[in-house]
Design a binder for this molecule. Structure first.
Ligand code: ZN
Length: 361
């Protein structure tokens, strides 16, 4: 019996050593993106990092912080209940322990309002609004007469960058981050005809100039810029449309921005294969699923296939997968640990499916 056991162990050791390059194909970037926890959610979220992200070999955590931090450079922009420096250091320590790279996000350019409420930047500095003539709706609905999805700041306002770069520097410092995610998705208001600074400008030029400006600022501290990819895809020609791609002529910016900007290419309805487009243009790219497990598994398959089929020049530009979650931490954790739910298409199920697929390939 003992002999048999020894044989079995030997067999398992050899099988592990000589199994066909499984570990070699583990995608190098395995990410998760969610709102930064509110102070009351912090401990539960740190447990989630330890018990769920680390065992699944997640190595990158993007936290959408925005104004959920007690900024010292701009206390006027803090959310009412915001993370303290001590809170953030707990996140930093938890991620460091599990070898997870932590990347903070503040939405720059677009997403300066959400539904019926204006974000802190434009609330405090209304002069930065690209479209001050567009009034917030008391009862928000989409579509609406002004095409108001989210407000943008004016990228040519002479004072906006001083404020936002102070926030960016502070949040990167406290998170000890070597990369920063600036959002920049779904920018519908750009180069508005009524903006005295931007009217008549090429929207692709405006978008590219803003990306490069943020990128150059980050480079001063050897930090790298990450953005969502949708504004760089031609929504009309591809048929991908106005959300996951651009219908307002920003897509030509793809040839005008620095190639070291990391592209987070999100597609939620279909596994659109635009990662290839970004890689061919010279960008590193991650594909981002949301809540459809079948789409996510397809996206993991695609990413692995792109890597196998790529030229040596392109292979490492196909970096991996980032699961995106668009609820707050509390709601997400309830969903994640609710075994009773029969809802198939949730970001929890999507996350479990995508990371099971990554681990088993
Ligand atoms: Zn403007």
């Amino acid at each position: 019996m003992r002999h048999l056991k020894e044989k079995l162990i030997l067999f398992l050791v050899f099988a592990a050593i000589f199994s066909p390059a499984r570990s070699g194909e583990l995608l190098s970037l395995r990410g998760f993106c969610i709102s930064a926890p509110k102070p009351a959610e912090l401990d539960a979220f740190i447990r989630f990092i330890d018990q769920e992200l680390a065992p699944r070999k997640v190595n990158t955590l993007i936290l959408r912080v925005d104004y959920n931090y007690e900024y010292e450079s701009h206390p006027e922009l803090r959310d009412e209940k915001a993370l303290t420096k001590t809170d953030v250091k707990k996140l930093v320590a938890a991620c460091r322990k599990d070898s997870i790279r932590l990347i903070p996000q503040i939405n720059l350019l677009g997403h300066q309002s959400w539904a019926g409420s204006i974000g802190n930047l434009l609330k405090v500095y209304p002069q930065f609004d690209e479209t001050p003539h567009v009034k917030m709706l008391e009862k928000y609905e989409w579509p609406n007469a002004d095409g108001l999805y989210c407000k943008s700041y004016c990228p040519l306002h002479p004072e906006v960058h001083k404020v936002v770069f102070e926030l960016v520097d502070e949040i990167c410092d406290v998170f000890e981050a070597d990369a920063f995610h600036a959002g920049m998705d779904e920018v519908f208001y750009i180069g508005d005809d009524k903006c005295p600074r931007c009217k008549g400008s090429d929207k692709a030029d405006l978008f590219a100039a803003e990306v490069n400006r943020i990128r150059n600022h980050l480079e001063l501290e050897n930090r790298r810029l990450w953005i969502w990819g949708d504004r760089l895809i031609d929504g009309k020609t591809t048929g991908i449309g106005m959300w996951e791609a651009s219908m307002n002529n920003t897509h030509r910016a793809i040839d005008r921005i620095a190639k070291d900007v990391m592209i987070c290419d999100w597609h939620y309805e279909r596994p659109d294969q635009t990662a290839v487009y970004f890689a061919m243009k010279g960008f590193q790219v991650v594909t981002c699923p949301w809540r459809d497990p079948e789409v996510a598994v397809g996206q993991v398959d695609d990413m692995l296939r792109f890597r196998r089929a790529a030229t040596p020049e392109m292979k490492d530009r196909f970096r991996g997968i980032v699961q995106t979650v668009w609820t707050g931490v509390d709601d997400f954790l309830k969903e994640f640990y609710n075994k009773e739910s029969s809802d198939k298409n949730t970001s929890s199920n999507c996350f479990r499916a995508a990371f099971a697929k990554i681990a088993n390939d």
